[in-house]
Write a protein that binds this ligand. Structure first.
Ligand SMILES: CSC[C@H]1O[C@H](OP(=O)(O)O)[C@H](O)[C@@H]1O
Ligand SMILES: Nc1ncnc2[nH]cnc12
Length: 287
C-alpha cells in the first residue's frame, strides 16, 4: 500500500465510484460543521481512496449550501494528500466542445461572501499563496490520464466560479469571455482555496457540458442538456480517475505539502485555544 491517499469530490452526475475494494462509509462531524455526505473510503488498484459527492447523494445541496470547509477538513482527517475535483462546466470557448475535458490551471472568483473559503479567522490570521491555484504535478497526471482514456482534453484554462444557482445572463456570459475565461462553474474556487490551506494537492477534471448562453448557434444552457452530456461521459470520467490513480506519484515534489509554512502571521501566544484545537488537523505542525 502506497503513502498517498487520493480524494475524489464528485460533482453533478458523479455520486459514486466504481471498482473500490474494502469499501467503508465514514460519517463525520467536524469543528466546521457537517460535510455534504458520508465519506466512502476504499482501495483502487492498491491505492487508498476517499470519495465524497459534493452536492450529497441525490444532489440535495445548492453550490452556496455546500459546507466546503467540512468537506476539505474531512478529506484531511482521512489522510488525503491529493484531491481531484470532478465538475460539470460550461464552455466559454468555441474550441472547447461539449463532451471535451479541460484540466484548468487558473480561476477567477465571482462567488460572494456567503461562501466561507478559509479555515482561518476567530483569532488567527493566515494568507496562503494562490498565484498557481492547482497542483501542476497532479494536473499533469490528470491530463495524461484523460488522454489515455481517449478523451479530447485541453491542458490549462481559466475556470470562472460564479455564485449561482441561476445560470449567467447573456451579458455576464459575454463579459466572462472578455475576461479570457475558458470554462464556468459554481463550485471549484472555495474547494481549491481550502485544499491549499490544508496543504492538499488539488486538481480538476472538468467536463464541458454546454456553451452557457453566449454562443449564437447553440441552445442556452439547461439542466436537461447538461445531464445528457454528463450521462454520456460518466464512464469516461471514471476511466480517467482509474488511469490517474496509477500516475500520481507517491512522493510529492510540488510545494503543496508545505504551502502554509510561512503563511500564519498571528503571534502564536495569542491564538485562542479552541481555534488552535480546531486547526490541529489542518496546520497544527506550524502552531
Ligand atoms: C447541474 S448544473 C450546475 C451545477 O453543476 C456544476 O456542479 P459541479 O461543479 O459540482 O459539477 C456547477 O458548478 C453547478 O453547481
Ligand atoms: N453554463 C454553466 N454555468 C455554470 N455552471 C455550469 N455547470 C455546467 N454548465 C454550467
Amino acid at each position: 500500500m502506497s503513502g498517498q491517499v487520493i480524494g475524489i469530490i464528485g460533482g453533478s452526475g458523479l455520486y459514486e465510484l466504481d471498482g473500490l475494494t474494502d469499501v467503508r462509509s465514514v460519517s463525520m462531524t467536524t469543528p466546521f460543521g457537517d460535510p455534504s455526505d458520508d465519506f466512502i473510503t476504499g482501495t483502487l488498484d492498491g491505492v487508498r481512496m476517499v470519495f465524497l459527492p459534493r452536492h450529497g447523494k441525490g444532489h440535495r445541496l445548492l453550490p452556496s449550501e455546500i459546507n466546503f470547509r467540512a468537506n476539505i477538513y474531512g478529506m484531511k482527517k482521512l489522510g488525503v494528500t491529493h484531491l481531484i475535483s470532478v465538475s460539470a462546466v460550461g464552455s466559454m470557448k468555441e474550441e472547447i466542445v461539449p463532451g471535451h475535458i479541460v484540466i484548468p490551471d487558473q480561476f477567477i472568483d465571482r462567488t460572494n461572501a456567503s461562501r466561507v473559503n478559509t479555515f482561518f479567522g476567530n483569532g488567527i490570521v493566515a494568507h496562503a499563496q494562490f498565484a498557481d491555484p492547482v497542483c501542476s504535478e497532479l494536473s499533469d497526471s490528470l491530463y495524461t490520464a484523460a488522454q489515455a482514456a481517449g478523451a479530447t482534453v485541453h491542458r490549462g484554462g481559466t475556470y470562472i466560479c460564479m455564485e449561482g444557482p441561476a445560470f449567467s445572463t447573456r451579458a455576464e456570459s459575454v463579459m466572462y469571455r472578455s475576461f479570457g475565461a475558458s470554462i464556468i462553474g459554481m463550485t471549484n474556487v472555495p474547494e481549491a482555496k481550502l485544499a491549499r490551506e490544508a496543504e492538499i494537492c488539488y486538481g480538476v477534471i472538468a467536463l464541458a457540458t454546454d456553451y452557457d448562453c453566449w454562443h449564437e448557434s447553440h441552445e442556452d444552457v439547461s439542466i436537461d442538456a447538461i445531464l445528457e452530456i454528463v450521462r454520456k461521459n460518466v464512464t469516461m470520467a471514471k476511466a480517467i480517475i482509474k488511469n490517474a490513480v496509477g500516475r500520481i506519484g507517491r512522493d510529492r515534489k510540488c510545494s503543496c505539502a508545505s504551502a502554509m509554512q510561512y503563511a500564519v502571521i498571528t503571534d502564536r501566544a495569542v491564538i485562542p485555544p479552541q481555534t488552535r484545537a480546531n486547526l490541529d488537523i489542518i496546520i497544527g505542525k506550524y502552531l
